[in-house]
Write a new protein. Structure first.
Length: 341
């Protein structure tokens, strides 16, 4: 395949890439032949509901948006996605600027164990099962664009993270809610990071307020720039029904865009199990996730921990056995990312 240099393309457009590749269609003939002769294996993170296994996946190198009104349960559903991804062998990173790590873990303990008030056994079991699989970016409030990008690259390289949830777009501090062009650039940058690192990024967004909350929402109801939904590979919209009828679903999950699955667009009815905080579909029931883990109660055994990534402005001397790594936080001066666990 011929390589086109920057100097060759410079007269036509300004580009920042080191180089671009252009090739004739015949260069891909073998790949297309293999696709039609042998089919393409469905890869990616399965959703929590088996009925979608062959229809839709959260694939590496791609980006999704999960949108919905306030109170729909977007963060709760993201936690379910993370637990299912972990069970399938995908190390995960939660970047939640709206919830503390303690609150996220308290909910995850319930969702995994199906116990409304988890105790010592459920907590130790979760810690052992999640060891090396789950990481948190430990900061509340907001994060700058440059710092977020640095944390994504660092956790991918250091911990092999493959699935990232960013909750939410509103917490990226240096991108105003009405700055459409900045939002477009941010989402494009995230999509490029997902592609280059081979990870899947799920960005949580809000939807605009509507006069009739019972009407189905579309991708055009996602708050912010229209380029947010144009650039990403998948758009999922979660909407509560607030029905008091036990037989009627509590929520609808609409997959309104899926670029690489021809029959993936789907409207799913979901019920919410309040004891475990799990959404489940018709014909299914919540299940214990990854229950193969056994806990030894031997005295003096080290209790496993779930990893955290923190951003601090100073770099004190690390404790014995700890890890501390510098992450570039932007042009105004580097910050430090602390990895523990």
């Amino acid at each position: 395949m011929p390589e086109i240099t920057y100097d060759q393309l410079k007269p036509y457009q300004k580009i920042s890439d080191a180089h671009r590749f252009v090739g004739p269609s015949s260069d891909w003939t073998q790949e297309v032949l293999e696709y039609y002769l042998h089919g393409e294996q469905i890869r990616g993170i399965k959703l929590p509901w088996p009925s979608m296994d062959r229809r839709f996946r959260l694939r590496e190198h791609e980006m999704s948006v999960l949108a919905g009104p306030s109170g729909a349960g977007k963060s709760l559903l993201c936690s379910q996605f993370i637990l299912n991804a972990m069970e399938q062998g995908y190390p995960c990173l939660s970047v939640s600027l709206e919830m503390t790590v303690k609150s996220q873990l308290a909910r995850a303990w319930r969702q995994r164990s199906l116990v409304a008030e988890p105790g010592l056994n459920e907590g130790l079991d979760f810690a052992a099962w999640a060891d090396g699989k789950l990481w948190f970016y430990n900061q509340q409030g907001s994060v700058t664009f440059n710092t977020l990008m640095a944390v994504l690259g660092y956790t991918s390289d250091t911990y092999g993270v493959k699935f990232v949830v960013i909750d939410s777009l509103m917490t990226v501090g240096d991108i105003p809610s009405d700055a459409w062009e900045q939002q477009k650039r941010f989402v494009c940058a995230l999509a490029n990071v997902a592609r280059d690192l081979g990870i899947h990024i799920m960005l949580v967004c809000h939807t605009r307020k509507t006069q009739d909350a019972s009407q189905p929402l579309s991708r055009h109801d996602v708050s912010g720039s229209s380029d947010i939904t144009n650039r990403v590979d998948n758009v999922l919209i979660l909407q509560r029904t607030f029905s008091r009828d036990m037989m009627r679903p509590d929520a609808k999950l609409n997959i309104v865009k899926c670029r690489h699955f021809d029959q993936g667009e789907e409207s799913m009815s979901l019920w919410l199990d309040m004891a475990s905080l799990n959404y489940y579909s018709e014909g299914d029931t919540p299940r214990v996730i990854g229950n193969e883990t056994k806990i030894s109660k031997a005295k003096g055994e080290k209790i496993p921990t779930v990893g955290e990534i923190s951003i601090v402005k100073i770099q004190p001397k690390p404790a014995a056995g700890g890890h501390r790594v510098a992450v570039n936080g932007g042009a105004g001066g580097g910050l430090n990312a602390v990895a523990s666990g």
